[in-house]
Write a protein that binds this ligand. Structure first.
Ligand code: IPM
Ligand code: MN
Length: 324
């Protein structure tokens, strides 16, 4: 059986780290069919579509999507919306898994990926003098993300920490917390605690090893995953998986398009390669995924995208030749 993978390099360093990752994938000799598709700000400027219909079609027919990064303007551009957000919504990829690993830290952030402050319910009133964002939390989305987090925590035999701000956001975080406690009660052997998001930020800096699996709402998960990346070696080695109930799932480095270093061949390819390892694991190639993950974490970035990639491929080949 072969798996079909759509790669979307996107903008900026996405155009460097995704081709590097494809070289790694190709060196593994797995039955993968890899097809390339366009998306991002440059695509939008050229075609008027940030995520062209053709790209969506290719994704629909794929088992998995490997996404690089796209540049999202901070100000509103008519007709543009972030392709990764569209993909998450389109394929109902409700769980965003973001590992942060270093020394004695082995953390997994399970971020709700479909609602919260990402509900796109923003408006201005008062002739532009007041801006309002609606934070939508539903029992249904909270329940499924907490179940996903519980399963991860049980699998890893680790503790689950519910992160919220229910002391202030009594309705939205209140609902998330209540549902989370109900769901976790269905896993009697699982150790569970809860931490307010501000405290979680401090503890992640002071004592990150106290956390195993964190489950939280969309924006808190976005912020805390960058924070966790910061304490475990930076965005250069922070991968993620966007998973729903079917196919495709979408895998992406947590970093953005990094226009400041794009085009120089110096971007760290490891976050994209680790994302590809998460993809291989999800596709069922768990042994190869584990080897690729181990090698990628232990290979330093040489400040040259291709050199780092070559070093990883060389070590993969060494492991393969020892196995024979
Ligand atoms: C991420 C990114 C995205 C997000 C942006 C690019 C829309 O920051 O994947 O963490 O906010 O989710
Ligand atoms: Mn982010």
């Amino acid at each position: 059986m072969t798996h079909t993978i759509t790669i979307i390099p996107g903008d900026g360093i996405g155009q460097e780290v995704i081709p590097a990752t494809v070289r790694v994938l190709e060196s593994l000799g797995l039955p993968l069919t890899i097809q390339c598709a366009d998306a991002g700000f440059r695509t939008f400027e050229q075609t008027g579509q940030a995520l062209p219909t053709e790209t969506l079609g290719l994704c629909e027919g794929s088992d998995a999507v490997l996404f690089g990064a796209t540049q999202s303007p901070v100000t509103k551009v008519e007709g543009y919306s972030s392709p990764i957000l569209t993909l998450r919504r389109r394929f109902n990829l409700f769980a965003n898994l973001r590992p942060a690993i270093k020394d004695n830290i082995d953390l997994l952030i399970v971020r709700e990926n479909t609602e919260g402050l990402y509900s796109r319910r923003e408006r201005v009133e008062d002739g532009g003098q007041t801006a309002i964002a609606e934070r939508v939390i539903t029992a249904r989305a909270s329940e499924r993300i907490v179940h996903a987090a519980c399963e991860q925590a049980v699998q890893r035999r680790r503790k689950l920490t519910i992160v919220h701000k229910a002391n202030v956001l009594k309705e939205t975080c209140g609902l998330f917390r209540r549902v989370a406690l109900e769901v976790t009660a269905q896993y009697p052997t699982l150790a569970v605690d809860e931490v307010l998001v501000d405290t979680a930020a401090m503890l992640l800096v002071q004592n990150p090893a106290r956390f195993d699996v964190i489950v939280t709402t969309n924006l808190f998960g976005d912020i805390l995953s960058d924070l966790a990346a910061g304490v475990t070696g930076g965005l250069g080695i922070a991968p993620s998986a966007n998973i729903g109930t079917g196919r495709p799932a979408v895998f992406e480095p947590v970093h953005g398009s990094a226009p400041d270093i794009a085009g120089q061949g110096i971007a760290d390819p490891r976050a994209a390669i680790l994302s590809a390892a998460m993809m291989l694991d999800w596709l069922g190639y768990s042994e190869i995924a584990a080897t690729l993950t181990r090698i990628t974490y232990t290979t330093p970035h040489s400040d040259d995208t291709n050199d780092t990639t070559d070093a990883i491929i060389r070590q993969l080949q060494q492991v393969a030749s020892h196995a024979h």
